[in-house]
Design a protein around this ligand. Structure first.
Ligand code: IVH
Length: 702
């Protein structure tokens, strides 16, 4: 026997190996994207994938259309071809009542249609979610995904197969037994996390962000270039069938909608777990209530729930009215976006002086609450959206995120009364930051390379002082129970407390003069202040509120220095020997302790009796293996909002990473700033993660 098998034998072994790899990879895709339970570390999955890709490159005859390497592979299309649906794609009637009445009305209608009397048993329904994406038909022939189409007008849609293949949770091949031809229907959507991630990247690249996840999904599915569609990282939920051919022999049609969903799931399709069989109206209403409660914490947007008669035989009996089935209804939730008017644009001052523009709105009910303010993030964001006083805007409050202004309805912008209709001018000018802090009148400054403007007043500024005190007293810092918002407002406004050190000079008589301060709560507060004197060094360092020094950096500093004096005396170089402390953090610390005022506050706090157990200093001789970015290669492109190229490079290298100048297969991350070069295109071709500065900062500090 020779060491290398003859060519023919090699080929013989390769085809089964390729088939095995395809099956394995799809099995892992299913585990990862559908079951959310990965079976393999990423690196091992990548190795399987690389092996298959190698095989297919070396032996193109082994390539099959259902190969997972072909998910993103196609060339951009000139246009989408029309697809005529074998069975029309219908829409559902909407029940707009927000209360239980929606469920009651639907159930009553169904019972009437079915001629049921009160003594008849309750009707069984399948209740599921109404996903906020767009409807897609997936055609499987002999179990292989051969075509995907949009709904279009219900009769004819568009062939978006290339784009739909990029959705990893959609199987390219079905499992188990299935009809020879089957149309699976469901919703393509963008998860909230993928929406946020995509938008963070868009902002970093100075490109317009997506308005909402639904637009993200709709736009993604309709990209002519599948690599662009792939970047949206869309998801999918299956909820029904279209045409089914040659089923009977192998796959007996299920009797109920719920059994149908179970079958779709068994074929490997993603089916949403939030579904239930409900008996009668009250049970439907309970589902509506329950989902309404869960809605903010779901990882994707929904706009309601859907009720379907569970029995397929009854569905058939009920039939259709024009293009809506009688057996299904959508019961909506209050919208997560609404129109309202900007009454004013004000700025808020944070603990470190950061200035955040905020839109004051005509109150509007959205996402289940009345919203009166929406964040505008920063000056660049206001300019990009060009939000002005008097503008009608779309506000979005989805999930638990802070309400934000999505965009301006320009048609409704108030215009200056003008005789010449064609030369109308907006009534209000574009927003600009005030020159001085609205709270303390100190100058507002914005560093050239920073997105954020700041009040330069430091602790002279009552707004910063309040935030600094709240931070000092917060649970993870000095943990002074009872020192809340309202109290801090009064203490600062009456000039009783100028710095954290003044907290330790407060007495019962002074506190008793404050509003809403009974003797008992005054004594409780004094006791809490007293208790806070016994603390730990990490908490104390964190409590000082040094810019860029969060809880974990404070801990690292405490362990690296052991003593507060040593930390206060450290220079840039010594500081950077602390794990995770790079040039920026080091500079913030040096600047903080260079201020006489800050040193004085620290001295007074110590004199007041604040103390902590000693810590053994350990100048971390961190081994390279333990560094967080060990072995990772980065490429920088474009101008980052706050880090210079040099600073970014230093920070990456200090944590064990490498910075290289060209994108290659070995690149792990491309960090993109404004006006990136062609490196971005290269990264997209190679499917390399593109991150922005904030994501880099997160990695640097993790
Ligand atoms: S069933 C015969 N189920 O809502 C009924 N549709 O207005 C066909 N949708 O175009 C649709 N979630 O895009 C159904 N669980 C769900 C759904 C759902 C979202 C969308 C779908 C459809 C529209 C109907």
């Amino acid at each position: 026997m020779s060491a290398t098998p003859p060519v023919a034998e090699l080929e013989l072994e390769l085809a089964p190996r390729a088939a095995q790899l395809r099956r394995e990879i799809e099995r892992h895709n299913h585990a990862y994207y559908v079951l959310d339970a990965p079976l393999l570390p990423d690196a091992e999955f990548d190795a399987l994938f690389a092996e298959l890709r190698q095989l297919e490159i070396a032996h193109p005859e082994l390539l099959t259309p259902d190969s997972p390497t072909q998910r993103v592979g196609g060339k951009p299309l000139p246009h989408f071809a029309p697809v005529r649906h074998a069975v029309p794609m219908l829409s559902i009637r909407t029940e707009t009542d927000t209360e239980a009445s929606g469920a009651i009305a639907f159930d009553a209608r169904i019972r009437r249609e079915l001629e049921l009397s009160e003594s008849d048993a309750p009707v069984a329904y399948l209740a599921e979610l109404k996903f906020d994406g767009l409807a897609i038909n997936l055609r499987y022939e002999n179990g292989v995904l051969t075509q995907a189409a949009t709904r279009g007008d219900g009769q004819t849609g568009e062939d978006v197969t290339q784009n739909i293949r990029t959705i990893r949770s959609i199987p390219l091949r079905l499992q188990g037994t299935f009809p020879r031809i089957v149309d699976v229907r469901g919703e393509a959507y963008m998860s909230r996390a993928d929406f946020e991630r995509y938008n963070a990247r868009q902002r970093a690249l100075n490109r317009p962000p997506l308005v909402n996840p639904r637009n993200g999904a709709a736009g993604g599915v309709r990209q002519l270039d599948p690599t662009m569609a792939a970047q949206r990282r869309l998801s999918f939920f299956a909820y029904g069938l279209g045409e089914v051919a040659d089923a009977a022999a192998v796959w007996p049609l299920p009797a109920t909608q719920s059994a149908l969903l179970a079958a779709l799931q068994a074929w490997g399709l993603p089916v949403c777990a939030h579904r239930t069989v409900a008996l009668g109206a009250e049970s439907l209403a309970a589902f509506h209530r329950e989902i309404g409660r869960l809605r903010p914490s779901l990882p994707f947007d929904i706009d309601g729930v859907v009720y379907k008669v569970d029995s397929l035989a009854l569905q058939q009996r009920l039939g259709f009215v024009t293009r809506e089935p009688r057996w299904a209804v959508a019961h909506k939730f209050p919208a997560e976006e609404a129109l309202t008017v900007v009454e004013a644009i004000e700025v808020q001052v944070g603990r470190t002086g950061a200035i955040t523009p905020v839109a004051r709105l005509t109150p509007v009910f959205v996402g289940g609450v009345t919203v009166t303010n929406a964040t505008l993030h920063n000056l660049d964001e206001v300019r990009r959206k060009d939000v002005r006083i008097g503008d009608t805007v779309i506000v979005r409050r989805a999930g638990d995120v802070i309400p934000e202004v999505v965009n301006v309805v320009l048609d409704r912008r108030p215009q200056r009364p003008n005789r010449d209709l064609f030369d109308a001018e907006p009534l209000y000018p574009a927003f600009d930051l005030p020159q001085s802090c609205p709270i303390c009148a100190s100058a507002i400054v914005k560093a050239e390379d920073e997105a954020i403007a700041r009040c330069s007043g430091g602790l002279i500024c009552p707004a910063q002082r309040k935030q600094a005190l709240l931070h000092f007293a917060s649970r993870r810092a000095m943990d002074i129970e009872g020192l809340g918002d309202k109290l801090v407002d009064q203490l600062v406004e009456r000039d009783l407390v100028r710095s954290a050190a003044d907290l330790y000079t407060l007495d019962a008589a002074t506190l008793a003069r404050l509003e809403r301060m009974a003797e008992k709560s005054a004594l409780n507060l004094l006791a809490a202040i007293e208790r806070s004197k016994q603390t730990t060094l990490p908490r104390f360092i964190f409590a000082l509120g040094i810019r860029n020094v969060g809880e974990s950096t404070a801990k690292d500093l405490a362990h690296s220095f052991g003593q507060l004096d040593a930390l206060m005396a450290a220079d840039l170089q010594r500081l950077q020997q602390t794990p995770d402390v790079g040039p920026i953090v080091a500079r913030s610390i040096v600047d903080f302790f260079a201020e006489a005022h800050n040193r004085e506050v620290v001295d007074r706090l110590i004199a007041a009796g604040i103390a902590w157990p000693t810590i053994e200093p350990s100048v971390a001789a961190s081994s390279p293996d333990s560094l967080p970015l060990n072995g990772k290669t980065f490429v920088l492109t474009g101008t980052l909002p706050s880090l210079s190229r040099e600073a970014a490079k230093e920070a990456i290298e200090a944590r064990g990473g490498k910075v290289s100048s060209a994108v290659s297969k070995k690149t792990d991350y491309v960090v993109a700033g404004a006006e990136p070069g062609s490196k971005i295109d290269k990264a997209m071709q190679l499917d390399i993660s593109i991150i922005d500065e904030s994501q880099l900062q997160e990695m640097l500090s993790s």
